[in-house]
Design a protein around this ligand. Structure first.
Ligand SMILES: C/C=C/C(=O)SCCNC(=O)CCNC(=O)[C@H](O)C(C)(C)COP(=O)(O)OP(=O)(O)OC[C@H]1O[C@@H](n2cnc3c(N)ncnc32)[C@H](O)[C@@H]1OP(=O)(O)O
Length: 257
């Protein structure tokens, strides 16, 4: 079953996330995304990639309901490391990757968007990392990438409170590049993408390589640490409670166990 559509529009490759009702990212969806990036890497006609969501949201994050089927800490750890590898592939992709965010980019949805080179947002979109609501932590790179955009204090506040930013606030905090009224978002992003596509692909690749040279030098190790913490949180009673509370649409009661 396919959860993504790839549409080639001249030099642009547009990836549409299409998994109703909330574009929650199952593991299969993320693996499918990996395959699409391999395909786009080998397509000399594509110069810029745009990712956006069909329906009400960009993505509401990892599929919380699917988490109930993950049995062991090791399984969660291995799966999380695989997601890290895929998101890192996007972050270091040799063609510019732009996220066009409307509705919501929460949890893994925002973590995917933060792996893109540029984020354009609808002014009324919600961007946040609400994993602590579930007794979890952001596990798809968010603990490492969010502070690099908004600073440590704001990242701490966003994670601890699970409060999201509007698209407009996300621009003020440096998490997104620009905001547009939702109805103008897609056309505005395609226009920006087209402008980028007219640059030399060789110079773009160099610019991406050099931007990434300034990355956290030990990102590989810190992402490994994040995956370990994520899997360790996952096996706690609190995470079981948080996930169950989401499914049952009630407030969780965390006991520190
Ligand atoms: C390492 C990474 C970890 C993670 O990413 S963990 C997930 C982090 N994300 C979240 O915690 C976001 C959870 N979702 C929400 O907060 C809300 O939803 C929204 C703000 C996205 C939308 O709210 P509203 O407009 O009131 O719609 P609705 O009735 O809550 O959701 C519509 C349907 O979508 C399902 N859904 C939403 N998010 C997820 C998700 N992340 N995983 C699985 N299902 C999700 C709901 O359950 C429901 O479904 P039904 O209609 O069957 O009741």
């Amino acid at each position: 079953m396919s959860f993504l559509q790839l549409s080639n529009q001249g030099a642009l490759a547009v990836i549409t996330i299409n998994r109703p009702p909330a574009n929650a990212m199952s593991y299969a969806l993320i693996v499918e995304l990996d395959g699409l990036f391999d395909k786009i890497a080998n397509d000399p006609d594509t110069r810029v990639v745009v990712i956006h969501g069909e329906g009400r949201f960009f993505s509401a994050g990892a599929d919380i309901k699917e988490f109930t089927q993950v049995e062991t800490e090791k399984q969660m750890h291995d799966q999380t490391m695989a997601v890290h590898k895929i998101f890192r592939k996007i972050e270091t992709f040799e063609k510019p990757v732009i996220a066009a965010i409307h509705g919501a980019a929460l949890g893994g949805g925002l973590e995917l968007a933060m792996s893109c080179h540029i984020r354009y947002v609808a002014s009324n979109a919600k961007l946040g990392l609400p994993e602590l609501n579930l007794g979890l932590i952001p596990g798809y790179g968010g603990t490492q990438r969010l502070p690099s955009h908004v600073g440590l204090a704001k990242a701490a506040e966003m994670m601890f409170t699970s409060e999201s930013l509007t698209g407009e606030e996300a621009v003020q905090w440096g998490l997104a590049n620009a905001h547009f009224p939702e109805e103008e978002l897609k056309a505005s992003v395609l226009q920006k993408a087209q402008k980028i596509a007219e640059k030399s692909p060789l110079a773009l690749k160099s610019a991406i390589d050099l931007l990434r040279l300034g990355d956290t030098p030990n990102l590989k190790e810190t992402l490994e640490a994040e995956a370990e913490h994520f899997a360790a949180c996952f096996k706690t009673e609190d995470a079981k409670e948080g996930i169950a509370a989401f499914v049952e649409k009630r407030k969780p009661v965390f006991k520190g166990k």
